[in-house]
Design a protein around this ligand. Structure first.
Ligand SMILES: CC(C)(COP(=O)(O)OP(=O)(O)OC[C@H]1O[C@@H](n2cnc3c(N)ncnc32)[C@H](O)[C@@H]1OP(=O)(O)O)[C@@H](O)C(=O)NCCC(=O)NCCS
Length: 254
């Protein structure tokens, strides 16, 4: 029997602050400094409340997981999915809503499962719930700029190789890409510049708790590729790659 209910911000606005707290709790410090995300993210609950939701445990009322997405205008072609992943789809989706454009698809943005209940299959439940929300809005496609969560263990391996690594049983190697594939998604492209985070060397030293004494490429905990530090310019830049995955809603796997 299902142990949780799905509650959107439209249905349970009272859970918004818990959702935001959980959503912000899962990331390395530096990921909180993407200027595009910081500028647009806070508009999601007001402009796309049906696409922000939590899984609430029956009985206890504990928020087990949260998910954020938004409706978008997309022509359905893999080639037009932007290289700038989240940094492109978030502002474009918000602007489309503001201008009253009819959506043709939705994009996932983030899913977080509460630490204490990870490893119990709740992330797949979130993806399935999101697909159902998208279908309920009459949309046929859900895309996702997916963060390959184990790529930080292999920061020097080229993206295009890592994405297609498979386990002996044939499933994708990366757990998060795998969850999407198991829910019926197809890997359709790379978003090499999905998030961009720039700061001074002092900022990066604070965010990473590492000393960064000279110009170079640094492997940083939680970063999927190295952070590029330029001491002369007093600048560190991290450009996070994601992978575009496409769920054809309405034909869920059996
Ligand atoms: C990524 C995340 C959502 C996964 O949620 P979860 O509920 O713990 O994951 P699940 O129990 O559904 O497991 C998903 C897959 O990962 C594997 N997995 C989960 N935890 C694992 C662990 N600690 N070690 C190895 N594999 C693990 C599971 O075996 C499963 O794969 P399989 O069923 O094909 O074998 C969760 O860890 C999380 O919130 N992380 C922080 C935020 C994040 O990275 N979100 C995703 C990007 S938006």
């Amino acid at each position: 029997m299902t142990r949780f209910d799905v509650a959107t911000v439209s249905e349970r606005p009272d859970l918004l602050s818990e959702m935001q707290e959980l959503g912000g709790s899962a990331w390395p410090e530096f990921l909180a400094h993407d200027e595009t995300v910081n500028r647009w993210w806070s508009l999601l609950p007001e402009l796309a409340p049906d696409y922000q939701f939590v899984l609430v445990e029956r009985g206890s009322g504990v928020v087990l997981a949260c998910a954020n997405a938004l409706p978008i205008v997309w022509d359905g072609r893999s080639e037009t999915l932007p290289a700038e992943g989240i940094d492109a789809v978030l502002p474009a989706g918000i602007e489309a809503i503001r201008h009253g454009q009819s959506p043709t698809a939705a994009s996932a943005l983030m899913i977080v499962v509460r630490r204490e209940v990870r490893g119990q299959g709740l992330s797949g439940a979130c993806v399935r719930a999101l697909r159902e929300i998208v279908e309920a809005h009459g949309l046929a496609s859900l895309v996702a700029p997916v963060r390959p969560i184990w790529k930080d263990r292999y920061p020097l391996i080229p993206l295009e190789r890592y994405a297609y690594w498979r386990r002996p049983d044939g499933a994708l190697f990366d757990p998060w890409l795998r969850v999407h594939e198991q829910a019926g998604a197809e890997l359709v492209g790379v978003a090499p510049r999905s998030m961009c985070i720039a700061g001074t060397v002092a900022d990066w030293e604070r965010w990473t708790r590492m000393t960064l004494p000279e110009t170079g490429s640094y492997v940083v905990p939680g970063a999927l590729v190295p952070v590029e530090v330029d001491s002369e310019r007093d600048e560190g830049v991290y450009v996070e790659p994601n992978f575009w995955m496409h769920h054809h809603c309405g034909d869920a796997p059996v």
